[in-house]
Design a protein around this ligand. Structure first.
Ligand code: MG
Ligand code: ZN
Length: 216
């Protein structure tokens, strides 16, 4: 019987993640790993941000999903370079998948690379992809208790984006609770409230991301 320890696999992932990070840095590509549960609004947020950033950045997207090219088609229809990774059952992206996807992109011409991870609040937290920024999404419809229930992914994030705030009037989601839970877990993380549908908060988030990607 052969037994592979999960720790060893993660160590191997860290090595590939380091190589990815060196490659992204060398090509001047600022890379953002977008994590959150299925249906939290990852793709919709990306669409709104890219629309907002317009000519201010040269973006590309790596889309991670178990199956289908639905999200990649949405991005491609905007004329943005995109590579779809179908994980065929795997519930997270790892650094080798991202390396293979990056081979399909002209990194020198890309200054903002979005990696939309598989919708999952659990094991996506454990895999460094070589990104410079990790952005976690929590939508109003998921409930305000998720930060406490799934702490690892929130703890490891650089920025929390609370999405679908247009649904607040129909919901008992307590924004104060979510923000104070996040500040407790990840005191340095930035927090934004947005509605990608109605445009609320998108200007602030897009501007902050652009400044951050320029090292400001
Ligand atoms: Mg999506
Ligand atoms: Zn997984």
């Amino acid at each position: 019987m052969k037994i592979i320890a999960a720790k060893k696999l993660l160590k191997a992932n860290d090595k590939y993640a380091r190589e990815n990070r060196e490659r992204f840095t060398a090509s001047g590509t600022y890379t953002i790993n977008v994590v959150g549960s299925p249906g939290c609004g990852k793709t919709t947020l990306l669409e709104a941000l890219m629309e907002n950033l317009g000519g201010r950045a040269s973006p590309a997207v790596i889309e991670g999903d178990l199956a289908s090219t639905i999200d990649a088609q949405r991005i491609e229809s905007r004329g943005i370079p995109v590579v779809q990774i179908n994980t065929e059952g795997a519930c997270h992206l790892d650094a080798t998948m991202v390396a293979a996807a990056a081979d399909g992109l002209d990194l020198d011409g890309i200054d903002l690379l979005w990696i939309e991870n598989v919708g999952n609040l659990v094991c996506t937290a454990g895999f460094d992809l070589g990104e410079q920024l990790r952005l976690v999404i929590l939508s109003i419809s998921e409930g305000d208790d998720k930060i406490v229930k799934y702490p690892t992914i929130f703890q490891k994030a650089d920025v929390l984006v609370i999405t679908k705030v247009d649904l607040l009037p129909q919901s008992d989601f307590n924004l104060q609770r979510a923000e104070s839970d996040m500040k407790h877990l990840a005191p340095k993380a930035k927090i934004f409230q947005v509605s990608a549908r109605q445009g609320q908060g998108i200007d602030e988030l897009a501007d902050w991301l652009l400044r951050t990607s320029h090292g400001e």
